[in-house]
Design a protein around this ligand. Structure first.
Ligand code: NDP
Ligand code: HSE
Length: 440
């Protein structure tokens, strides 16, 4: 689409040079929109967004989008130095961090989708932006196309966020959804995610929860006016989730999701990423396939739900371009970037003090008095049992499988209970331990 020139645009329309770092899945789609919809973007911003250079590793590599050869270069610094605004879509920590700082230190605004960098060096980047007056924007870094960074940073800035729960990794949601809907084993569902292009050839960051943990740190920093890194996030991936766990959860009316949580806890905030059992009727229970969703609870706004595509070239480019239009408007007005002050400095608290529930599956000897022994261990630790199901263990004779769900308790007490159960001679095996998310 190439709309007719704006009635407002004249030969005097100022030009904003956009330096693009990276032309892969996301960068190529950002370039496509800049090249094909320049007139319409000029009408929206009052400035002409001119793609001034594209830094890549290999200028001869085939691209998803046809890009003018003269714009491609391996000299990222030259692209940065010639730009009025830099769009960083290369990923990784170094040399990206050094390049982003180069731009910000020079007063050049930066738009990035790089959650890994933000979750490691976000404070340093924000400080550099604040010092030079540049803007630092990163809507694409959390949940792809879903507007959640700006709502958290701006729309909810007058409210007080108590908690967010998110499905913020599309690859793992696809895998868990396949396991739930088809009974597939983890490895088979992962292979399918790779075939469909959702998971990378090396899916470690997704399946181990690192990608979701980085997004959790980035979103929590905005939600709680503090500064968190990925090291502040308790992180468990989904590689240990079995087809049996998923089937048992389903039978009990739950679905297993890799959940990102940021919540106030005592005088601090607990941040965690874990595979969790969610009631199927919970608003996040119905998030299927590679979709993402973030559920936010704020003091005055109440409950809010954000839903959409969390990955992919076109959806993520939409978030990047939204940031770019916004930055262009501000630059056209001569506005400085708005500094983000982590004034609240709420400490990240450990899992010990979190209030949670656990589903515990045990293989036990099928003998008189076993249930009483188990119940005593729960009582000794002050942990109350909510539900219990017993079935024969198909794997071993004279063994029962017990699936217990606790009432809420202090996480440390729940873990101590499981440790004590493991020591009981009547317990043959702790088959699985999965947190249970209660609520809406
Ligand atoms: P890709 O791997 O598809 O593309 C990376 C691009 O960066 C390539 O064009 C590559 O060049 C270039 N590049 C990599 N390293 C360098 C370097 N050292 N110097 C110059 N160029 C370099 O990544 P994506 O497009 O998928 O992701 C980009 C960013 O967006 C990442 O931070 C990612 O986390 C984030 N993001 C991605 C989403 C997605 O769905 N893909 C969703 C949300 C965020 P070449 O092509 O020559 O190899
Ligand atoms: N690998 C990520 C996902 C891409 O699957 O959600 C978006 O950050």
């Amino acid at each position: 689409m190439n709309p007719s020139p704006s009635t407002h645009e004249t030969s005097e329309t100022p030009v904003l040079r956009v330096g693009l770092l990276g032309a892969g899945t996301v960068g190529s789609q950002v370039a496509r929109v800049l090249l094909t919809q320049a007139d319409e973007l000029a009408q929206r911003t009052g400035v002409r967004l001119e793609l001034s250079g594209i830094a890549v590793r290999d200028v001869t590599a085939p691209r998803d989008v046809e890009l003018p050869r003269e714009l491609l270069t391996t000299d990222a610094d030259a692209v940065i130095d010639a730009a009025d605004v830099v769009v960083e879509l290369t990923g990784g920590i170094e040399p990206t961090r050094t390049r982003v700082l180069r731009a910000l230190n020079a007063g050049t605004s930066v738009i990035t989708g790089n959650k890994a960098l933000l979750a490691e060096s976000g404070r340093e980047l924000h400080d550099a932006a604040a010092a030079s007056g540049a803007q630092l924007s990163y809507e694409a870094a959390v949940a792809g196309a879903i507007p959640i960074v700006r709502p958290m940073r701006d729309s909810l800035a007058g409210d007080s966020v108590n908690r967010f729960l998110g499905i913020m990794n599309g690859t793992t949601n696809f895998i868990l959804d396949q396991m739930d809907s088809t009974g597939a084993a983890f490895d088979d569902a992962l292979a399918q995610a790779q075939e469909l292009g959702y998971a990378e050839a090396d899916p470690t960051a997704d399946v181990e929860g690192h990608d979701a943990a980085a997004k959790t740190a980035v979103l929590a920093s905005l939600a709680f006016h503090s500064s968190y890194t990925i090291a502040d996030v308790h992180c468990e991936g989904i590689t240990g989730v079995t087809a049996e766990d998923v089937a048992a959860a389903k039978e009990a009316g739950y679905v297993i999701k890799l959940l990102s949580v940021g919540e106030r806890c005592g005088d601090g905030v607990n941040l965690r990423v874990q595979p969790v059992m969610i009631p199927r009727e919970h608003v996040l229970g119905g998030v299927r396939g590679a979709y993402n969703a973030v559920f936010v609870e704020a003091e005055n706004a109440g409950s809010l739900m954000f839903y959409g595509q969390g990955a992919g070239g076109d959806p993520t480019a939409s978030a990047v371009l939204g940031d770019l239009v916004s930055a262009a408007r501000a630059i056209a007005l001569g506005a400085r970037g708005i500094p983000l002050e982590p004034y609240a400095a709420l400490p990240a608290v450990s899992m010990d003090d979190v209030t949670t529930r656990l589903s515990v599956t045990l293989a036990v000897n099928d003998r008189l008095g076993v249930l009483a022994r188990l119940a005593q261990v729960f009582a000794d630790h002050g942990v109350s049992i909510s539900t219990m199901q017993q079935s024969e263990d198909p794997r071993v004779n004279e063994t029962s499988l017990l699936r217990l769900v606790t009432h809420t308790g202090r996480h440390a007490s729940l873990v101590a209970t499981v440790d004590a159960l493991r020591e009981l001679p009547v317990v043959r095996d702790i088959v699985s331990v999965t947190p249970v998310e209660a609520g809406e």
